[in-house]
Every structure is written in structure tokens, then in C-alpha cells.
Design a protein around this ligand. Structure first.
Ligand SMILES: *Cc1c(COP(=O)(O)O)cnc(C)c1O
Length: 478
């Protein structure tokens, strides 16, 4: 399997070539040159596989340059009941992503039972093992520089902690993360993890990462890498649970299922799109946004209008607070018939802060063929959904999952089972749970009192040069 850039001006690469890379050299995103097409016999054979074996079957199609035995053992170490041990009482952690029926025809796919209680662990844990494997093979090292407002940073740190050849430098806005998220990250004692609390806002952190990455000499000398959501391996790992969820929700491969997906950077639902393109019988892909509705606007109107920082709102589903969706270019590449020249022209507009409008184009009418519908949710919807799911089913959902449920229930087709992806556990967003339910969220065993553990972090000004110096000083540590 080779990978090409959505902008068409970069040479084709293998899976391991692009594993540690971010953007393609021409500024585009990598995608497989074609999507593997599944036969009915394959689907039937995959139906009853345990998660790690299913993951191997899916991922060997994409990571064809990793020896099968190596890939299989990496995957077997990644998806274990010990790592996904935070499943609710009554769930089987051996399922890795248990499916919970709320009522006939309506289910939640639990993706948040990993170490940081958010679905990002599903991909990031694999990335940690893949990175360590690839670096060991070539004797290289990697300094991961990232910016986080919460979920991504903790997920990356828990995936990379203790990994040979890897250091993590994670910038977060000082005092802006929830107490729980701060405790999760800052209580890590592993010497290869560096938490840097930047006295500024999230955008300052992101600007520093951009500025350091644009210093090509520094980037090369200090082997700077990222783990952001445009990484192809992250998308690939997420394809697996659409298969798992589909098999768990159906009895035969003649049935169809719709998925609703709380969306921000379009990474999660992009994996669903690819699963559908491979032949998984998905009826609808229901995209749910919060008040930051740039994606919902596109799927309803054909206009993609990235927002400025001042227009981006802070909401109670903060992991979906985005101004533009970094993975969206992958979908648009397919939508315009994989015509890289068209993608280049569209993103030339995006990069200068302009909108593009596909409403009049024949491409836009293909949205339906791809199964996409969309809607948005707001704070009041979120509270109402958390309440009604708790009252009706006795299940507590987090704010992002509530957005997905709200939009999914609104847009689903009758007669087709709806699977809502659970993207985090409620404990991560406890303030809103208290507001909705007047009670404390459930806290999985092992997370009691983490807010009281000693914390380790460095406070620094929003200054790229100072951050570079910090990286220079710590490059020789384990
Ligand atoms: C990252 C995240 C999302 C958004 O996922 P994308 O892949 O960026 O669309 C939704 N919910 C939670 C809890 C997240 O952490």
C-alpha cells in the first residue's frame, strides 16, 4: 500500500515512511492510493474475531510494509483488557470497545475505557508502540512537541511514557485545563515526559508548536515530531472500531448500521468514512458538532468557512472547540473525485482565511452517496441529553457523547440501528455533569484522589525561543 498527498505534489510513500511525518512536503495530508475493498467472505470471517485479531486484519491492509508477525505482536500488546480496564460495571473489558444497548435500536460504543478515559487512547496507544518499534529499527530518536487543551496531551503522554527513544514536550495553557485533566497529565513522573504550562491561552501554545516546526534547521537537528490528529496511523487505528461496533450491533452482514460521531477535527468520522468506502455496510454517518459548527455548516450548505480565533467559542464540550477541522481535507479529496488540483485551489482559499463554496458543484450532491448528514448541539441540548439518558437508561454520558446522541436521535433513519460513539467518560467533564444531574460523575477505580498526587510541570512564558532552549537542555535525558 502506497500513500499519496491530497495536494498531488509529493512522491508516493509507504506506511512507515509517513508514520513519523506530519503534513506531506506539499502541505497536503496523506491518504492510501486506493481503499482496500473487502469481500463478503472476509467480512463474514471477521465477524467473530476478538478486537486485537480484527485490528490486525484491518491494519495489515494499510501497514503492508511492516512484517506481519511484528505488526501482530504490536497490536496484541496494545489492545489488552488490562489497558482498557476502565469499562463500566457489567461490561466485558475483553471486548476493548464494549457495545451498550440503551434500548432496541440505540446503542453506545464505549471507546473511552483506556488509560486517559477518552477515545483518543484507541489510536494513540497504538501510535506509541509503532513509534517505539520504528525508531528502534533505525536507531533514531524523536522529540514530540505538542499543544493541548486536555484530551490529546494526556492521551499522548500515557501512550509515550517510558518509551525508548521518545521524549514528549507538551504545552498547555496554564490554569486552563480542568482539575482532573491537569492532574492526569502533571502527576506523571516518567522522566521522558515534560509538561510545560504556558502562561497564555491554547492558541499561544499552538503558535509555538507551529513556529518551532517552521524552523526547519531546529526541527531536523532536534528530531521534532508531532502526534496531532492528521497523523495517518491515528486515522487508520480508528477504522477498526467501526468494524467492531458494526459486528456487535448486528447479527449478519446483510444488515446496516448508522453511526453518530461527536466531531471536532474530523479524525474520528474520517475513519468511519474509510470503513464505509472499504465496504462496511454503514447507512448514515451522522456528524455532530457543538456550538463551533463549521463542519455542520458545510454538510448542510456546501460552504466551508473556517472561523477566526475570536469566533471560536469555549463550550462545555471543549474537545470539539475548533475553528477549522484539520482532517477535513482528506474527505474533500474524495468528494472532488480525488482531483488534487481542485483540493489545492480550495485550500489556497482556506490558508488565506477565506471560505469555499461547493453548493453549486456536482461534487456536493455526492455527500448523500457518502452517507453523511450533520447537525449541531448546544449547552442546553447537552444538559437535557445527559439528564434524559440518565433518567431513562441509568447511564451517565459525557458532554461530547451527549452532543452525538442528541444529533444522532434527531437525524437517524427509522428501522436502522444507531450506534453513538462514546468519546470520553463523564468524570473528565465533571462540572457539567454536576450542573446536569446534581450529582458527582462516576469515577473509575484507580482514579480516586488523583487531584492530590504530587504534580510535575514547568511554567514558561509563551516564547518559542525559550521553549527551544528547554528542548535543547533536555535532549540528552532518557
Ligand atoms: C478529540 C475529541 C473529539 C473530536 O474528535 P475528532 O477526531 O477531532 O473529530 C470528540 N470528543 C472528545 C472527548 C475528544 O477528545
Amino acid at each position: 500500500m502506497r500513500y499519496l498527498s491530497t495536494r498531488g505534489n509529493s512522491p508516493a510513500q509507504s506506511f512507515t515512511d509517513i508514520l513519523l511525518a506530519g503534513l506531506a512536503p506539499d502541505g497536503g495530508l496523506y491518504l492510501p492510493e486506493h481503499y482496500p475493498q473487502l469481500t463478503r467472505a472476509e467480512l463474514d470471517a471477521w465477524r467473530d474475531l476478538p478486537y486485537p485479531e480484527l485490528a490486525f486484519k484491518v491494519l495489515e491492509k494499510f501497514a503492508s510494509d511492516i512484517p506481519a508477525a511484528d505488526l501482530e505482536s504490536l497490536i496484541a500488546r496494545t489492545y489488552t483488557p488490562e489497558i482498557y480496564r476502565n469499562a463500566r460495571a457489567g461490561d466485558d473489558p475483553g471486548q476493548i470497545t464494549p457495545l451498550r444497548w440503551l434500548e432496541p435500536g440505540l446503542a453506545i460504543l464505549e471507546l473511552s475505557n483506556g488509560p486517559t478515559l477518552a477515545f483518543k487512547d484507541m489510536a494513540m496507544q497504538l501510535l506509541g508502540n509503532l513509534f517505539e518499534y520504528a525508531l528502534a529499527k533505525t536507531g533514531q530518536e524523536l522529540n514530540i512537541l505538542g499543544a493541548t487543551s486536555g484530551d490529546t496531551g494526556s492521551s499522548a503522554e500515557y501512550a509515550m511514557r517510558g518509551k525508548r527513544g521518545i521524549r514528549v514536550f507538551m504545552l498547555s495553557p496554564a490554569g486552563k485545563m480542568s482539575r482532573f485533566q491537569t492532574a492526569q497529565m502533571f502527576s506523571l513522573a516518567d522522566p521522558n515526559i515534560h509538561n510545560i504550562a504556558v502562561t497564555g491561552v491554547f492558541d499561544d501554545c499552538q503558535d509555538i508548536v507551529k513556529s518551532v516546526s517552521n524552523d526547519h534547521a531546529f526541527k531536523a537537528e532536534y528530531k521534532i515530531g508531532t502526534v496531532n490528529s492528521i497523523n495517518w496511523a491515528r486515522v487508520a487505528a480508528q477504522i477498526v472500531y467501526y468494524f467492531k461496533g458494526y459486528f456487535a450491533a448486528t447479527r449478519s452482514n446483510d444488515e446496516q448500521v448508522s453511526f453518530s460521531v461527536p466531531s471536532g477535527n474530523f479524525g474520528n468520522i474520517c475513519a468511519g468514512h474509510i470503513a464505509r468506502m472499504m465496504g462496511l455496510p454503514i447507512r448514515q454517518l451522522i456528524l455532530a458538532t457543538n456550538e463551533n459548527d463549521v463542519l455542520d455548516e458545510f454538510f448542510r450548505t456546501g460552504v466551508y468557512r473556517p472561523r477566526g480565533p475570536a469566533e471560536t467559542r469555549s463550550t462545555s464540550s471543549p474537545s470539539m472547540d475548533i475553528s477549522k477541522a484539520s482532517n477535513f481535507e482528506r474527505f474533500v479529496f474524495d468528494l472532488v473525485g480525488r482531483d488534487a488540483a481542485t483540493v489545492r485551489a480550495l485550500w489556497q482559499r482556506v490558508e488565506t482565511g477565506s471560505a469555499f463554496d461547493l453548493s453549486g458543484s456536482p461534487h456536493f450532491s455526492r455527500i448523500k452517496d457518502y452517507g453523511f448528514v450533520s447537525g449541531s448541539s448546544n449547552h442546553a441540548d447537552r444538559l437535557a441529553t445527559i439528564r434524559s439518558v440518565w433518567e431513562r437508561y441509568g447511564v451517565m454520558v459525557d458532554t461530547h457523547t451527549a452532543d452525538g446522541l442528541k444529533v444522532g436521535l434527531q437525524l437517524r433513519e427509522p428501522g436502522v440501528p444507531l450506534v453513538c460513539l462514546e468519546t470520553a467518560l463523564p468524570i473528565k467533564f465533571e462540572e457539567t455533569i454536576r450542573e446536569a444531574l446534581g450529582r458527582e460523575p462516576e469515577r473509575p477505580a484507580g482514579f480516586a484522589g488523583i487531584e492530590d498526587l504530587p504534580q510535575r510541570f514547568e511554567v514558561m512564558a509563551p516564547d518559542a525561543e525559550a521553549i527551544k532552549n528547554y528542548i535543547r537542555e533536555h535532549r540528552d535525558e532518557p
